[in-house]
Ligand binder design. Structure first.
Ligand code: BES
Ligand code: ZN
Length: 811
């Protein structure tokens, strides 16, 4: 694999731990939105060279010099290579091996593209439009802010200084070390950072309020919010203050910085970014307004905070060697976010939800013929953005959970400590993590796990059974599972950690073994004829199970009696429908099973899964009109009992998951065109709109959806007005999401135009359009728009920010 620049660096600057001094001055004046900068890099030249290559793009390099220690400055001529995003410095005479300083002075535009060093627009309390300056460097955009070797393995310490207007907040990774007033500006010098990668450097300049606290081990935590909204930072503050010492204890590795700031940015492409000591968030992912934030959003915020703070160790202290190993960062943080949320909020039942949020999503995408392995060779930087996807995040997180179960928490923890301490302030690859966990557990971690990271896909375990006296003989076989076709010719084999449970104790795995052959026979002793055998209890394994009809029938009574735990009920349902989807089982089998659940099921996560299958089937019937009506009637009958149980209004002291369930079930009934539900929703909307009874936040999405589904132009316009005047980003997000369900093509087209207008921030346009693309009418319109206005879209947005968050938000 050619990694171009780092090869080049390694040859010449073997000592990667160089010091970088960056001075930046953003000009935030309304008319000149630029920045000036100076960078000094301390390097060690190992081999004589007359050329040095650095990363730089869209920077105006004004002067470049190299000064050997005790020597004379030598100016360089600079050749920019836009394609490679590099600048090649050529010196008149070769630089001999030495220690020296590379100096750059440069300027750039504070761009509008949400990457590099960019501007973010906000309204001051007096109503004036102003700009802040923000950085977003992951993966390869530090080079847009200063010349550097912009690769995760080229680590350095950073001394950042900023020159800012006197009345602005200015933040960076470290606390301020010194401050000097210069006319109406301030020069802030920040403390030196630990050795770190360029993609984690951050700077924010703007106007913010904050709330603060100190963790029990002395780390200062602040949550910065828009001016006047500091109350909205309190929930994240509480989470962060508790989660930081939780990780310190779990990993037994101290957080090495004196502070951690979390800040809500008005224009932000991703959901959140883990810059060391200065974590940036889109407002939706950080701010909680008690009257307007849903229970679901609060839960997501807790997970997001937990995710980014996990990166402070896993990613920031120990960084992947190269982007091929990105999944290590993202998969791991996606696993650990649930660990800390479970610790803080046991009532969220987050490990159950993990299965719909990560395992089901990972399995779904990885069942595609054109999936990819968790580890992807990255040759050109342009390929990096593509792998921030469900495979890296959710398959990654799911196989880590599978491994955690396989080796147990104690050995997992010991292994993590070993990994973090061995590679701290340095870089690591997947193999290094396996080595540490193998060492701590003395189990064949590397051998088992490499089958899950090196190739795409996962197996379906086909299982049948035969009762012989008081024993049961199970035949298990594996082959790659594909959602669209039989993978007959695919010879892939996995080492599959298999667990089994039986009627004797459905809550405990009675058998654990690793299936490595294509077929294996397992005997279960002392089991009665007719007792069930459940494969994959707890849905820890990243695979599908295809039971014989007889085995499935034996499981049904344990579903209705809820003798089987929720994750097993969910696993059976999701596996059966996946088999239906792939053509391995008749659709009627799936529907029969669903009816069984409808009578007795009361678990939120199981219902969430069931609702998502209703949505998938419903969208299939868009192509079979004659089936649509009967299917919707069937789906309404499935939802009837639970909806009657929950009603519309929250019951005092009800559980967190019942609140989530109510909103989900009402939304499904709206989707299934239930007249009574839609009528009630419209009545409640009217009362909300005229101010007689404000809708609780949890009910707003299903109600907006009901109102918008058959909206006319005036209701659409009303919603646009609500969007414009909404003070909370979450409310805007909700409105635009519901707009995606409008049926009238003319209104859908209007919604696309609205998405492209200045009413919608650039960061949200792509979401609004993709919500519209959820429906059959919408997808054609969105596609037509995109192809017709391709150039405008490219000019306005550059590369579209990835859409992963959508799945994160709604599934
Ligand atoms: N490191 C990512 C942010 C990121 C994503 C930067 C893509 C550049 C490109 C961060 O840790 C992350 O995963 N953010 C998530 C939210 C999180 C709760 C899963 C995101 O932005 O979707
Ligand atoms: Zn992440």
């Amino acid at each position: 694999m050619d990694r171009g620049i780092s090869r080049y660096c390694e040859r010449r600057f073997k000592d990667k731990k160089c010091l970088k001094l960056h001075h930046l001055k953003p000009n935030l004046n309304k008319f000149i939105i630029t920045f000036d900068g100076k960078t000094e890099i301390h390097v060690k030249v190992l081999t004589a060279t007359s050329e040095i290559m650095v990363n730089a793009i869209e920077l105006n390099l004004k002067s470049v010099e190299f000064t050997p220690e005790g020597g004379v400055a030598t100016p360089a001529t600079v050749t920019l290579c836009v394609e490679e995003e590099t600048a090649i410095l050529s010196f008149a005479a070769p630089i001999e091996p030495c220690l020296g300083k590379l100096f750059f002075s440069f300027s750039g535009e504070l761009n509008e593209n949400l990457k590099g060093f960019y501007r973010s627009k906000y309204t001051s309390p007096s109503g004036e439009a102003r700009h802040g300056a923000v950085t977003q460097f992951q993966a390869i955009d530090a080079r847009r802010c200063f010349p550097c070797w912009d690769e995760p393995a080229v680590k350095a310490t950073f001394d950042i200084s900023l020159c800012v207007p006197h009345d602005r907040v200015a933040l960076s990774n470290m606390p301020v070390a010194s401050e000097e007033v210069r006319g109406d500006e301030r020069l802030l010098k920040f403390e030196r950072t630990p050795v770190m990668s360029t993609y984690l450097v951050a700077v924010v300049v703007g106007e913010f309020d904050f709330v603060e606290d100190t963790t029990r081990d002395g780390v200062k935590v602040r949550v910065y919010t828009p001016v006047g909204k500091k109350e909205q930072g309190k929930f994240a503050l509480q989470v962060a203050t508790e989660v930081m010492p939780y990780y310190t204890d779990y990993f037994e590795v101290k957080y090495p910085l004196p502070k951690i700031d979390l800040i809500a940015i008005a224009d932000f492409a991703a959901g959140a970014m883990e810059n060391w000591g200065l974590v940036t968030y889109r407002e939706l992912c950080l701010l909680v307004d008690p009257d307007n934030t849903t229970t679901d959003r609060k839960q997501k915020i807790a997970l997001t905070v937990g995710h980014e703070l996990a990166h402070q160790w896993f990613g920031n202290l120990v960084t992947m060697e190269w982007w091929t190993h990105l999944w290590l960062n993202e998969g791991y943080a996606t696993f650990v976010e649930s660990m800390c949320v479970n610790h803080m909020f046991p009532e969220y039942d987050i490990w159950t939800q993990f299965v719909t949020k990560s395992v089901v999503v990972g399995l779904q995408d990885d069942a595609l013929k054109n999936s990819h392995a968790i580890e992807v060779p990255i040759c050109h930087p342009s390929e990096i953005d593509e792998i921030f996807d469900e495979i890296s995040y959710n398959k990654g997180a799911s196989i880590i959970r599978m491994l955690h179960k396989f080796i147990g928490d104690e050995d997992f923890r010991k292994g993590m400590k070993l990994y973090l301490t061995k590679h701290e302030y340095a870089n690591a690859e997947t193999e290094d993590l396996w080595a540490a966990l193998q060492h701590s557990s003395e189990k064949p971690v590397k051998e088992v796990m490499s089958t899950w990271t090196n190739k795409m896909g996962f197996p379906v375990i086909t299982v049948s059974s035969k009762q012989i006296g008081n024993s049961r003989e199970l035949t298990l076989s594996q082959k790659r599972f594909c959602a669209s076709a039989d993978m007959k010719d695919d010879p892939s084999m996995w080492m599959v950690p298999i667990s089994l449970s039986t009627s004797a104790d459905p809550t405990k795995a009675s058998h654990n073994f690793v299936l490595s052959d294509p077929t294996q026979i397992v005997t279960i002793d002392n089991i009665n004829d007719g007792d069930f055998v459940k494969v994959n209890p707890g849905t820890f394994g990243f695979y599908r199970t295809c039971y014989s009809i007889e085995m499935l029938d034996q499981l049904v009574p344990a579903i209705t009696s809820k003798q089987l735990p929720p994750l097993d009920r969910l696993g059976i349902l999701d596996d059966v429908f996946s088999m239906v989807q792939a053509g391995h089982m008749a659709p009627t089998e799936g529907l029969k099973l669903m009816s069984t659940y409808s009578e007795c099921e009361d678990d939120y996560t199981v219902w969430k899964n069931m609702c998502s299958w209703i949505t998938k089937l419903n969208s299939l019937f868009n192509y079979a009109d004659e089936c649509k009506k009967p299917f919707l009637a069937y789906a309404r009958s499935v939802l009837r009992k639970i909806s009657e149980k929950l009603g519309w209004d929250a019951i005092e002291k009800e559980s967190h998951t019942d609140t989530l369930l109510r909103a989900r079930i009402i939304e499904s009934l709206v989707e299934c065109e239930d007249e009574k539900t839609i009528k009630e929703a419209k009545t409640r909307y009217e009362a909300h709109r005229n101010g007689t009874k404000i809708l609780p936040a949890d009910l707003r999405l299903p109600v907006y959806r009901a109102v918008l589904t058959d909206a006319d132009a005036s209701i659409f316009q009303e919603m646009v007005e609500m969007y414009r005047s909404a003070d909370l980003h979450e409310e805007q997000h909700r409105i635009s999401f519901a707009m995606g369900y409008m049926k009238d093509p003319e209104l859908l087209q209007k919604a696309i135009d609205f998405a492209m207008s200045d009413d919608v921030r650039k960061q949200d346009t792509v979401y609004v359009i993709s919500f519209i693309a959820f429906s059959l009418e919408g997808i054609n319109l969105a596609w037509a728009h995109l192809t017709k206005h391709w150039q405008t879209c490219l000019d306005k947005f550059g590369v579209m920010p990835c859409l992963r968050c959508i799945y994160l938000d709604y599934n």
